[in-house]
Ligand binder design. Structure first.
Ligand code: HPA
Length: 270
């Protein structure tokens, strides 16, 4: 794995001669942030050695390098999900490559089900903690001490300073936003009413099928993380509510502009 990470990072450096400061992972329907990036290089995943290939509708499948908010960024347009059949090592491989390229901070976005009764569809939620309900963890197996410790501390999974900056930007623009806990499930089924109730009961405000593996790998390597969800549905746990991928993409796309504004302004301040 270490050789693969180094090989991929060297390929990107040779190809682009670019040293990114910030890593960005763009989730379902949020890939439009890429339109705001002054793109210097766009590498299709298929052209990058050792990179997995994205399979889900709504995911562009390109590695973007360029400027956003005056900062040098590297962005994954389309992430790799555990439910697609990738191993946890594959899901988090791009994060390891970002770290090898020297990123200082990681920013992630996703679409999520909202279970806090205060949430509305289309709201923005800054994640301040998570619960890993996925059946695995990217750090299972031999630990590579070069990447991080065997038993990493997870007392501050999300950087409070980045949350504070993002909240202040959202408030300034009068975007409805909250701070909350995200539970990660494997998917690909949306939850049953009893599952939504369970996930809410154990302390989550949001539920989704991504982000947590990437944050675990990032924190293992000491990279500060920021993650934001768009609430795309309200997990019907009192009355059953149908949820569809099309609806999730539609709401996420509608909220894209707000998220783009926040991330761009955040980067300018970081
Ligand atoms: N559950 C899980 N993942 C999701 C949901 C949900 O309700 N909405 C968007 N991603």
């Amino acid at each position: 794995m270490l050789d693969k990470i180094k090989q991929t990072a060297s390929y990107i450096t040779e190809k682009t001669d670019f040293t990114p400061e910030f890593g960005i992972v763009l989730g379902s329907g949020l890939g439009g942030l890429v339109n705001e990036i002054e793109i210097l290089h766009a590498l299709p995943y298929t052209s990058i050695p050792n990179f997995p290939v994205s399979t889900v509708k709504g995911h562009g499948g390109k590695l973007i390098l360029g400027m956003l908010g005056g900062k040098k960024v590297i962005a994954l347009q389309g992430r790799f999900h555990f439910y697609e059949g990738y191993s946890m090592q594959e899901v988090t491989f791009p994060i390891r490559v970002f770290q090898a390229l020297g990123i200082k901070k990681l920013l992630l976005s996703n679409a999520a089900g909202g279970m806090n009764p205060k949430f509305h569809v289309g709201d923005i939620v800054f994640i301040n903690d998570h619960i890993n309900l996925m059946p695995s963890n990217p750090l299972i197996g031999k630990n590579h001490d070069e990447l991080g410790p065997r038993f990493p501390d997870m007392s501050e999974p999300y950087d409070p300073q980045m949350i504070a900056v993002a909240k202040q930007i959202a408030d300034k623009h009068q975007f409805r936003s909250h701070i909350g806990v995200y539970a990660a499930v494997s998917g690909p089924c949306f939850e049953t009413p009893a599952e939504y109730r369970y996930i809410r009961t154990i302390g989550s405000d949001l539920v989704g099928m991504s982000t947590v593996p990437e944050v675990i790998a990032a924190r293992h390597g000491g990279t500060p993380c920021f993650a934001v969800s768009i609430v795309t549905d309200l997990g019907g746990f009192e009355t059953a509510q149908k949820v569809s991928h099309e609806e999730v993409l539609e709401v996420a796309t509608a909220a894209e502009k707000k998220l783009t504004t926040i991330i761009k302004e955040m980067l300018a301040q970081l």
